[in-house]
Write a protein that binds this ligand. Structure first.
Ligand code: HEC
Length: 173
């Protein structure tokens, strides 16, 4: 029985010497006989995943950089963060007032803080407003609310997300 199996593939697949050599050499040991059956699968399978893996890998790289799939309507990383970290619940993008000031036109604007001090909403100001919401409180708004709402997101430990959020705020003109 074993001899039949070995000799049949040997003559049919002579164009693939390694495919026939290996089972012939290992057939003596029963634990290695799976080689004989596995061989045809092995020959075909390495070629299959490669074409699928390469675009997938490229897509993963592109995703990290800019987003993949070519969909123009996909939200920017900053906009995704704006929704993911609940900012959207308190900060509008259309100028309407909410629990917090709107993001529309915020970047570069002069902001009046509690106590009357006026500051310009530079990227550094915006970053601080996100990491330490109560360090400078916007006049007319309640301190503490934002701190409590986003404490669980641990944004001070996520500088890349904070940068994206600032970039997003700057884009809301
Ligand atoms: C629970 C409501 C709430 C949430 C959620 C919230 N904020 Fe705020 N935010 C406020 C309030 C109220 C103020 C104004 C008081 C202050 O300055 O802390 C404020 C102030 C700000 C300011 C300064 C605005 C200005 O006009 O100078 C920025 C920037 C800001 N938030 C960004 C964010 C971002 C980014 C998120 C999401 C990670 C977020 N906020 C989540 C309530 C919130």
């Amino acid at each position: 029985m074993d001899e039949d199996r070995v000799s049949a593939p040997a003559s049919e697949t002579s164009f693939l010497p390694s495919a026939t050599d290996r089972p012939a050499a290992t057939l003596t040991g029963p634990p290695r006989t799976p080689w004989a059956r596995r061989q045809p699968v092995f020959v075909g399978s390495p070629a299959m995943p490669v074409p699928r893996l390469v675009p997938a890998a490229l897509c993963a790289v592109a995703l990290a950089a800019a987003g993949c799939g070519g969909s123009e309507s996909a939200a920017s990383p900053g906009e995704q963060a704006y929704r993911q970290f609940a900012c959207a619940g308190c900060h509008s993008l259309d100028g309407s007032d909410g629990t917090g000031p709107t993001f529309k036109g915020l970047a570069g604007r002069t902001v009046t803080l509690e106590g009357g001090k006026q500051v310009t909403a530079t990227p550094a100001y915006l970053e601080r407003a996100i990491i330490e919401p109560d360090a400078e409180v916007v006049e007319g708004y309640n301190p503490g609310l934002m701190t409590a709402a986003i404490a669980g997101f641990d944004l001070p430990q996520k500088p890349e997300d904070v940068r994206e959020l600032v970039r997003f705020i700057q884009s809301v003109k």
